[in-house]
Design a protein around this ligand. Structure first.
Ligand SMILES: Cc1cc2nc3c(=O)[nH]c(=O)nc-3n(C[C@H](O)[C@H](O)[C@H](O)COP(=O)(O)OP(=O)(O)OC[C@H]3O[C@@H](n4cnc5c(N)ncnc54)[C@H](O)[C@@H]3O)c2cc1C
Length: 492
């Protein structure tokens, strides 16, 4: 009799949903249990209103293309993210083609992405960035202009009432997208629920996990509604608990997790409540972040299309809370401090004074300060048309470092146990947009023999035709892939 591999996926966000779908496509006999402490799938960072929904495709987010000291622009990170977003689109297109995800409204919509800068130094930077990017197929459609009239025809709301005579420049990618990651996650989980061997347990909080004598993971779970404790023994565990991952990783007590800590940063947006203003804007427009601010704080004015409805958001403004999850506890941060991470956390704090100052300034902002900042982007804005909303909680990674003691990292990182039986995802953006590549990495770390076998390689290429190929160096392949997914996902 064939042994059924058993998996526990902790958290029902985009990451666990993606991993669950990949596992069932590659290994239909696998048994999967997804545990989610809330009563709804994707109610933390993956919910549409808790993130910015950008296909973080690195087209126009300026934080992914830092300027070198000689003035040239490093686009390597943007290339990586853009190609990973194309990988995500391939899985989503496959699921659409197979009829596995069929929502009432599209979870992905066309919306041009733009960068907008002013001041000669910033204009020079954007021009240099454009020159570096357009030779690559992934960015070859990027338009650049310094002509205010052309910019006005693209984004009238941001140009009306602009008085300053400074030079201005913009880039534009027509094929940008807005993604409702919450809807996508719920559709993937609904599909999983229909499959044999999958249990989705909402309202179930994982409280502890340890290795049993047989080498399986014993997971202690509390059924929150019925106030009951349940245990489950499985071969493989993925901790996709978003901000809650660090706490659970600590409980798993694997040596590979020593030295990790977390620093929570919350996000707030101004949401436009005036339908006539919302209709005047149709783009996701990224500006330049202020000096000292963390990379994910690049200001953007975003058209969002969620469940068939259009809206307009500006932000993010950073906030500070000691919670690791939006629905978490104020004790999350203090309780995460242990002997193994106290020095990395203190060192990271000492090396990031600019960030600390930035956060303090953000937290003490008044509504008037926030509105003044918005007016840099929407000069004709009226305060009564905008309300403040709180987005999700990001827990940035703090990691032990031999030279500095501890470093603060802004990306994501997969931590895997030496025996490959457990992995966990720490960190935040770019997250949801690159979730498919991240979960393929998780599978490669946990199940390398399967992943490199002929049968899985064949399956993987059916699901993601460019699997193991480079969309960065293979120009024609990049064009064909984008054309194919654009058609299937009904983008223009
Ligand atoms: C303000 C903001 C803007 C962002 N913008 C973008 C963007 O534009 N593009 C992009 O790609 N990414 C963006 N991100 C990042 C993106 O939202 C995340 O990378 C992604 O949603 C993470 O998914 P996840 O499944 O790991 O976590 P989550 O969606 O947070 O899901 C984790 C789940 O685990 C559950 N959980 C926690 N602890 C337990 C436990 N003990 N037991 C059971 N369940 C548990 C939680 O309730 C939650 O439902 C943004 C994030 C924020 C906060």
């Amino acid at each position: 009799m064939k042994i059924q591999p058993t998996f526990a996926l902790i958290g029902a966000g985009i990451m666990s949903a993606t991993l669950g779908v990949l596992i069932k496509k590659l290994m239909p006999e696998a048994r999967i249990t997804i545990f989610e402490r809330l009563n709804r799938v994707a109610a933390e960072s993956s919910d549409a209103w808790n993130n910015a929904g950008t296909g973080h495709s690195a087209f126009c987010e300026l934080n992914y293309t830092p300027q070198r000291s000689n003035g040239s622009v490093d686009i390597s990170k943007a290339l990586k993210i853009a190609s990973e977003f194309e990988t995500s689109k391939q899985l989503w297109a496959y699921l659409v083609e197979e009829g596995d995800i069929v929502g009432q409204y599209p979870f992905i919509n066309d919306i041009p992405h733009m960068s907008l800068v002013w001041g000669q130094d910033n204009v020079d930077f954007l021009c240099e960035r454009h020159t570096a990017m357009i030779p690559h197929a992934l960015f070859e459609d990027m338009q650049y202009t310094e002509d205010p009239d052309i910019i006005k025809s693209w984004i009238p709301l941001m140009m009306d009432g602009r008085q300053d005579k400074e030079p201005i420049a913009a880039t534009r990618m027509e094929i940008g997208t807005d993604v409702n990651f919450g809807a996508l996650t719920r559709e993937m989980v609904a599909h999983l629920e229909l499959l044999d061997g999958v249990d989705i347990l909402l309202g179930h909080e994982v409280q502890d996990l340890r290795k049993d004598k047989g080498g399986y993971w014993e997971i202690e779970v509390r059924n929150l509604e019925e106030d009951l404790d349940v245990t489950l023994n499985v071969q493989y565990v993925f901790i996709g608990a978003g901000g809650g991952t660090l706490t659970l990783l600590d409980k798993a007590d694997i040596p590979e997790a020593r030295g990790y800590g977390g620093f929570p940063v919350s996000g707030q947006f101004l949401r436009c409540t005036n339908p006539s203003v919302i209709l005047q804007h149709e783009a996701k427009v990224y500006g330049k972040a202020s000096v000292g601010s963390p990379p994910m704080s690049v200001p953007h004015l975003d058209t969002r299309i969620l469940d068939g409805e259009r809206s307009l958001l500006f932000g993010p403004y950073a906030g500070f809370s000691t919670k690791f999850l939006k629905n978490g506890s104020y004790f999350d941060l203090p309780l995460s401090i242990e002997m193994h991470n106290v020095w990395p956390m203190l060192s990271a704090g000492m090396h990031n004074i600019a960030l600390t100052k930035y956060l303090i300034k953000q937290v003490i902002q008044s509504p008037e300060d926030r509105f003044e900042y918005l007016k840099n982007y929407v000069p004709t804005a009226h305060a009564e048309d905008w309300e403040l909303t709180t987005a999700g909680q990001r827990v940035q990674i703090i990691k032990k470092d031999s030279e500095e003691g501890g470093v603060l990292k802004f990306g994501t990182e997969v931590v895997c146990a030496a025996d490959r039986s457990l992995s966990a995802l720490l960190g935040a953006s770019p997250g949801a947009s690159t979730s498919v590549s991240i979960m393929l990495d998780v599978l490669m770390k946990m199940l390398p023999e399967y992943m490199t076998s002929d049968s899985w390689q064949k399956k993987l290429r059916r699901i993601i035709p460019t699997y193991s190929k480079s969309l960065i160096s293979e120009t024609e392949l990049a064009r064909q892939t984008r054309e194919r997914t654009t058609k299937i996902l009904k983008l223009e």
